[in-house]
Design a protein around this ligand. Structure first.
Ligand code: ADP
Ligand code: ADP
Ligand code: MG
Length: 667
C-alpha cells in the first residue's frame, strides 16, 4: 500500500479520503487555497501545501502547482476527489509521464468516456442499450429539426462535452428545437469551449439510476448495484438512495452486467459510475454517460455493500488485484443520502454565503432503528465562501428497509442545526415526509411537479403545532427560571405552575404549564385537554427531544432577538413567548409597514457582478434583465420588478456585492 498520498481537492471529499487513509495508515497531504486555510481537511491532514488564490483557476485547477506539491512532499500518488482535475485526461497522462501515481482510472478510459457522443458509440458497440437518437454531430438548426422529427418528439438536445446539468434542453416540437438548438450550442461554447451538439429521444417518466463499478489493472470488474438519483433540481442531484425502489433483481442484473461490459471495453481500473436513464413506464433503461471518478453519492453504495470505495481505489491504483467477486456482493438494507446545501430553499434555492455561527450535526451511529453517517467538511465558525460548490455536508442514513432509512433520515434532519447561513434542511425534510416520495413513484421532474411555485415551507399539522407550542413554552420557561435563579430572586423549586402565551404569526396561544421533576410536565393549550409532556432539552445542540402524549418528537430551535425560530420536519415557525400581560400589549402594537422597495434592484445574494446590462437614464421594462450576479458556480439574472428609468447604478461588472445590496435605483 502507498505510504503517503496527496489529495487534490477540498471540503467534504478531502475529509472523506483522509478518514480512509488514517484507517489504513496512509499519510495524507492536502493542498489548499486562501479560502481554505485552516479548513477541517487542512487541520486533519498530516501535511499541507498552500497552492494559491481562492478561485479554483488559481489553485485547485493548476496542474503545475499540484505536481510541485507532490514533489515537495514526496507523496506517491494523487487522489483527485470529484470535480476539479478528476476527469481531466491530460492531467492523468502527465502524472504517468512524471512517474506519479493516479488514484483513478487510466487516462485512456477518462478520455473515451469524457465525451457524450463518443462514449455513446462505444457503449452501443459493447452491447449496452443507448437512448435512441442520432449519434452524429448536428451542424444547422434545419438539420436539427429534421433529425428531431425522425426521432419523434419529445427530444433532448445535448452538448457532447456537457456536464453538471449544463448544455441540456428538452424540445417538444419543431419550434422548440429552432429555439433550443442554437441556445444549447451557445451555452456549450461558453461553458465548455466546445459547441458540438447531438439529439436523442427524451425518455418518458425518466428516472436517473446509475451503477457503481469497481475495476483493477488485471482485467477484473464488478458492479456494486445501483443508486437512484432522480430527485434533482436544475439537473443537480439533491437526494440519492440505494437500492432503487423501481428495479427488480432481473433488471438490476442486466444493468449491472452492461455496466461491467462497458467498463471492460475501456479497461476500467478504478471506481466509476455508469449512468442510465430508466423509464418509469416500462423499466426500459438507456445509457447516459460514464463518470470516471468517485461520485458524490458513493456513501449510499458503501452503506448497503459494506465496501469502502476509497480503499478499493487506493488498492487498485497500487496495482493490487480486486479481491471482491460478484458473487460475494449482497444488498444489505437501504440507504439514503441528502445533500445539505448552503442555499435558501424559500428563495428559489439561491446560494447563501456567510459564517457558520452554529453547526451542530446529528451524532453518528445508532438513531432509532437505523444508523446515521455524516460526511462533512465544515465546522462551527467556518466561513462558507462564494468560490466553491454550495454543498457543505452529506447526511446518510441506513436501515433494514426503505421506510426505516427514510424515517431515520427525517429524525436525523430534526437534529441537524445550522445558523449563520440559509440551508436546505427544511426542504429535504419536507420531501422525506411527502407522500409521493414515500411511495417511491418518482421521476427527475419530481421537484418541479410537487413544488411548482418553489418551496413555501410546510403547514404544521395539529400535532406538530402542539409539539412546537409545548417546546416553545418549555424552553422559554426554563430560560426565564434560570435567569431568575442567577439573579437570586427565586430559589430553585422542582415543581411550578406557569402561564405563558405563545404567539405564532398572528395567533395567540395561551399555555398553562405544570412542571414536575426531570422534565415531566403537563401542558394545557388554549384551555383544552391537558397533554402529558416529557422533555429533554439540549441547549448546546439547540434541540428539544420530547414525548407528547406518548409520541416522541424532536424540535430544533434558534434563540433570536426577535423570538425563537422552531424547526420540525419541513415546518419552520417563528414563536414569541411572553407573559399574558406582555401578550396583551403586543396585540395592541401597531403593525409595522414594509418599506417600499419597488424602485430598487436588490442583490438577492452575495456574489460577483458578472455584467451590468443597463445604463443611466435607460428606460427598463418590467421583467427585463438588469444585471447578472454569480456565486457558487451559478449565474443569476436579476430582473426589474417594475418599469422605470434608471436613476443610479451603484455597482459595476467585476465588483462583489453583499446580500440585499442596492445595485440599481429607478426614478
Ligand atoms: P454527481 O454526478 O456525482 O452528482 P455532480 O455533477 O454533482 O456529480 O458533480 C460532482 C462534484 O464535482 C460536485 O461536488 C461538483 O461541485 C463538483 N464539480 C463539478 N464540476 C466542477 C468544476 N468544474 N470544478 C470544481 N468542482 C466541480
Ligand atoms: P450531465 O453530464 O449534466 O450529468 P446527463 O447526460 O447525465 O448530463 O443528464 C443529466 C440529467 O438529465 C440526467 O440525470 C437525466 O435525469 C436527464 N436526462 C438526460 N438524458 C435524458 C433523456 N434522453 N431523457 C430523459 N431524461 C434525460
Ligand atoms: Mg450525468
Amino acid at each position: 500500500m502507498f505510504k503517503k498520498i496527496l489529495i487534490a481537492n477540498r471540503g467534504e471529499i478531502a475529509v472523506r479520503v483522509i478518514k480512509t487513509c488514517r484507517r489504513l495508515g496512509v499519510k495524507t497531504v492536502v493542498v489548499y487555497s486562501d479560502a481554505d486555510a485552516g479548513s477541517m481537511a487542512v487541520e486533519m491532514a498530516d501535511e499541507t501545501v498552500y497552492i494559491g488564490g481562492s478561485a479554483a483557476s488559481e489553485s485547485y485547477l493548476v496542474a503545475d502547482k499540484i505536481i510541485d506539491a507532490v514533489k515537495q512532499t514526496g507523496a506517491e500518488a494523487i487522489h483527485p476527489g470529484f470535480g476539479f482535475l478528476s476527469e481531466n485526461p491530460a492531467f492523468a497522462k502527465r502524472l504517468e509521464k512524471e512517474g506519479i501515481g493516479w488514484i483513478g482510472p487510466n487516462a485512456h478510459a477518462i478520455e473515451a468516456m469524457g465525451d457524450k457522443i463518443s462514449s455513446k458509440k462505444l457503449a452501443a458497440e459493447a452491447g449496452v442499450s443507448t437512448v435512441p437518437g442520432h449519434m452524429g454531430l448536428i451542424e444547422s438548426t434545419k438539420e436539427a429539426v429534421k433529425i428531431s422529427k425522425e426521432i419523434g418528439y419529445p427530444v433532448m438536445i445535448k452538448a457532447s462535452a456537457g456536464g453538471g446539468g449544463k448544455g441540456i434542453r428538452v424540445a417538444a416540437n419543431d419550434k422548440e428545437v429552432e429555439e433550443g438548438f442554437p441556445a444549447v450550442k451557445a451555452e456549450a461554447k461558453s461553458s465548455f469551449g466546445d459547441d458540438r451538439v447531438f439529439i436523442e429521444k427524451f425518455i418518458l417518466d425518466p428516472r436517473h439510476i446509475e451503477i457503481q463499478v469497481l475495476g483493477d489493472k488485471h482485467g477484473n470488474c464488478v458492479y456494486l448495484f445501483e443508486r437512484e438519483c432522480s430527485i434533482q433540481r436544475r439537473n443537480q442531484k439533491v437526494i440519492e438512495e440505494a437500492p432503487s425502489p423501481l428495479l427488480d433483481p432481473e433488471t438490476r442484473k442486466k444493468m449491472g452486467e452492461q455496466a461491467v461490459a462497458l467498463s471492460k471495453a475501456v479497461n476500467y481500473d478504478s471506481a466509476g459510475t455508469v449512468e442510465f436513464v430508466v423509464s418509469g413506464k416500462d423499466k426500459g433503461f438507456y445509457f447516459l454517460e460514464m463518470n470516471t471518478r468517485l461520485q458524490v453519492e458513493h456513501p449510499v453504495t458503501e452503506m448497503i455493500s459494506g465496501v469502502d470505495l476509497v480503499e478499493q481505489m487506493l488498492l487498485s491504483a497500487y496495482g493490487e488485484k480486486l479481491k471482491i467477486r460478484q458473487s460475494d456482493l449482497k444488498i444489505n438494507g437501504w440507504a439514503v443520502e441528502t445533500r445539505v446545501y448552503a442555499e435558501d430553499p424559500y428563495r428559489n434555492f439561491l446560494p447563501s454565503i456567510g459564517r457558520l455561527k452554529r453547526f451542530s450535526p446529528p451524532a453518528e451511529g445508532k438513531l432509532g432503528n437505523g444508523t446515521v453517517r455524516m460526511d462533512s467538511g465544515v465546522r462551527e465558525g467556518d466561513e462558507i465562501s462564494m468560490f466553491y460548490d454550495p454543498m457543505i455536508a452529506k447526511l446518510i442514513t441506513h436501515g433494514k428497509d426503505r421506510d426505516t432509512a427514510l424515517d431515520t433520515q427525517a429524525a436525523a434532519l430534526d437534529r441537524f442545526y445550522i445558523e449563520g447561513i440559509q440551508d436546505n434542511i427544511p426542504f429535504i425534510a419536507a420531501v422525506m415526509d411527502e407522500k409521493r416520495f414515500r411511495s417511491g413513484n418518482i421521476t427527475t421532474a419530481y421537484i418541479k411537479d410537487e413544488f411548482p411555485d418553489g418551496f413555501r415551507g410546510v403547514e404544521p399539522t395539529k400535532l406538530q403545532e402542539t409539539q412546537l407550542i409545548a417546546s416553545a413554552a418549555y424552553v422559554h420557561g426554563f430560560v426565564s427560571r434560570r435567569a431568575q435563579m442567577v439573579s437570586g430572586r427565586m430559589s430553585p423549586v422542582p415543581t411550578a405552575r406557569e402561564d405563558w402565551v405563545v404567539i405564532l404569526g398572528d395567533n395567540h396561544h395561551p399555555v398553562h404549564l405544570e412542571l414536575g421533576e426531570d422534565g415531566d410536565a403537563h401542558i394545557t393549550i388554549n384551555g383544552g385537554k391537558p397533554h402529558a409532556l416529557v422533555t429533554d432539552w439540549h441547549p448546546g445542540q439547540h434541540l428539544v427531544e420530547g414525548v407528547l402524549d406518548g409520541k416522541p418528537f424532536a424540535v430544533k430551535f434558534a434563540d433570536r432577538t426577535e423570538g425563537y425560530l422552531f424547526r420540525h420536519r419541513g415546518v419552520a415557525l417563528r414563536a414569541l413567548v411572553c407573559t399574558p400581560q406582555v401578550a396583551d400589549l403586543h396585540a395592541r402594537l401597531p403593525v409595522k409597514e414594509k418599506p417600499d422597495t419597488s424602485k430598487l434592484v436588490i442583490s438577492p445574494m452575495p456574489g460577483l457582478v458578472v455584467s451590468m446590462d443597463v445604463v443611466l437614464g435607460q428606460e427598463v421594462q418590467e421583467g427585463e434583465a438588469v444585471c447578472v450576479v454569480e456565486a457558487m458556480k451559478m449565474q443569476n439574472i436579476i430582473r426589474a420588478d417594475a418599469t422605470g428609468t434608471v436613476k443610479a447604478i451603484n455597482v459595476k461588472a467585476g465588483e462583489s456585492v453583499a446580500a440585499d445590496a442596492i445595485m440599481v435605483e429607478f426614478a
